[in-house]
Design a binder for this molecule. Structure first.
Ligand SMILES: Cc1cc2nc3c(=O)[nH]c(=O)nc-3n(C[C@H](O)[C@H](O)[C@H](O)COP(=O)(O)OP(=O)(O)OC[C@H]3O[C@@H](n4cnc5c(N)ncnc54)[C@H](O)[C@@H]3O)c2cc1C
Length: 303
C-alpha cells in the first residue's frame, strides 16, 4: 500500500514525486512515458535556472533527481480505471491493481487528432503530431500542416526552412496565431495558405502520398500531393480513463481543482495540464505538482 500513487510523469508528476519522496511518503509513479510533452520539445528557454536546455535533458534531470530516493517507478504503464473504496484502487493496463491512500493525477495532455480516414494508418509514416520532432525527416519534401493556431504557425515556419513546399490547410478564414507569426508566414515564399479548407482523407501506399481537402463554402474537393501531414490542431487532456466516483471536469474535459490541487474526491489531487489551471507551461505544471504533493501530505497528516 502506497501513501500516494502519482499517475503521469511529465513535469507535474515528476515534481509531485520529488515533494512526496522528500516527505518520506511511500510513493509510486506510474506513467506511459517519462517527460511527457517536454520530451517532444526541442529547446526550453523559459525554465528557471537554464538559459536553454533540451526538453529531453530537462526531463532526464528531473528523473535523476527523484530516482535518488526509493520510488516505485513504472514506465510504459497506463491508468485505465480508478476507484475509491476504503483506499484508492487503480487498474493498470498491465493487469495490476495498485492501492494507495492518496492519488495525484498528472496525466497532462495529448495531441488532438483530425479523425479522418487514413490518419491512424499513416501515423509515423508521414502523419505527425510533432513538427519539432519530425520536421527534419522531410528535407526538400512537400508537407501539409493542418491548423491555424500558434502551434500550426510555428510548425509552418519550422517546416518552411526544411521542406521545399509547405501547404497550410486552415478550416477558418483566418489564422488564430500571434500577429508576429502570421506576418512571418505571409513573407515566406514556400508556404501556400489554403483558408476555409479541411482535410477529408490521407492516402498513400506505405507512406503518405496525398491528402484530399475540401473547401467549406463550395464543397469543392481537391488533392494535394504531399510526403507528410503535420496535425497541429491543439491538445486534449488525458481524462479518458474511467473514474468511480466521477471526477468533476470542465467543458474542455480538464479536471477541476481548487487552489490546493484538490479535486471533488477526497484524497484525490490533480496537477498540471490535465487540470483547469490557466496557462500550460512546464514551470507552472511543476509548481502545481509540488502543491498537489504537499496537499496530499497534509491530507494524510489530518487523517
Ligand atoms: C511541442 C511543445 C513545446 C512546448 N514548449 C514549451 C516551452 O518551451 N516551455 C514551456 O514552459 N512549456 C512548453 N510546452 C508545454 C509544456 O510541455 C506542458 O505545459 C507541460 O509538459 C505539462 O506538464 P504535465 O506534467 O502537466 O503534462 P505532460 O507533460 O503532458 O505529461 C503527462 C504525463 O502523463 C502520462 N500519461 C498520460 N495518460 C496516462 C495514463 N492514462 N496513464 C499513465 N500515464 C499517462 C504521459 O505519458 C506523460 O508522461 C510545450 C508543449 C509542446 C507540446
Amino acid at each position: 500500500m502506497y501513501d500516494t500513487a502519482i499517475y503521469g510523469a511529465g513535469p507535474a508528476g515528476l515534481s509531485a514525486a520529488l515533494y512526496t519522496l522528500r516527505k518520506n511518503m511511500k510513493t509510486a509513479l506510474i506513467s506511459k512515458d517519462i517527460g511527457g510533452q517536454v520530451i517532444t520539445t526541442w529547446d526550453v528557454e523559459n525554465y528557471p535556472g537554464f538559459k536553454k536546455i533540451g526538453g529531453y535533458d530537462l526531463s532526464k534531470k528531473m528523473e535523476e533527481q527523484i530516482t535518488q530516493f526509493p520510488i516505485a517507478l513504472d514506465e510504459g504503464v497506463s491508468l485505465v480505471k480508478l476507484e475509491k473504496k476504503s483506499v484508492f484502487e487503480a487498474h493498470l493496463d498491465n493487469g495490476k491493481v495498485l492501492k494507495s491512500k492518496t492519488v495525484i493525477l498528472a496525466l497532462g495532455k495529448k495531441y488532438q487528432e483530425l479523425g479522418v480516414k487514413g490518419e491512424k494508418k499513416f501515423t509515423g509514416k508521414g502523419v505527425s503530431y510533432c513538427s519539432t520532432c519530425d520536421a527534419p525527416l522531410f528535407k526538400n519534401k512537400t508537407t501539409v500542416v493542418a491548423g491555424g493556431g500558434n502551434a500550426a504557425a510555428e510548425a509552418l515556419l519550422e517546416l518552411s526552412k526544411i521542406a521545399s513546399k509547405v501547404y497550410a490547410v486552415i478550416r477558418k478564414e483566418h489564422f488564430r496565431a500571434d500577429p508576429v507569426l502570421i506576418q512571418k508566414i505571409e513573407e515566406t515564399k514556400n508556404i501556400e495558405i489554403l483558408f476555409n479548407h479541411s482535410i477529408q482523407e490521407i492516402s498513400g501506399n506505405e507512406f503518405v502520398e496525398k491528402v484530399m481537402i475540401q473547401k467549406k463554402d463550395t464543397n469543392e474537393v481537391k488533392t494535394l500531393e504531399t510526403d507528410a501531414v503535420f496535425v497541429e490542431i491543439g491538445l486534449v487532456p488525458n481524462t479518458s480513463f474511467e473514474c468511480v466516483p466521477s471526477l468533476t471536469i470542465n467543458d474542455q474535459k480538464e479536471i477541476r481543482v481548487n487552489n490546493k490541487g484538490e479535486t471533488n474526491i477526497k484524497g484525490l489531487f490533480a496537477a498540471g495540464d490535465v487540470t483547469d489551471i490557466p496557462e500550460k507551461q512546464i514551470v507552472i505544471a511543476a509548481g502545481e505538482g509540488a502543491k498537489a504533493a504537499l496537499s496530499a501530505f497534509r491530507y494524510l497528516q489530518n487523517q
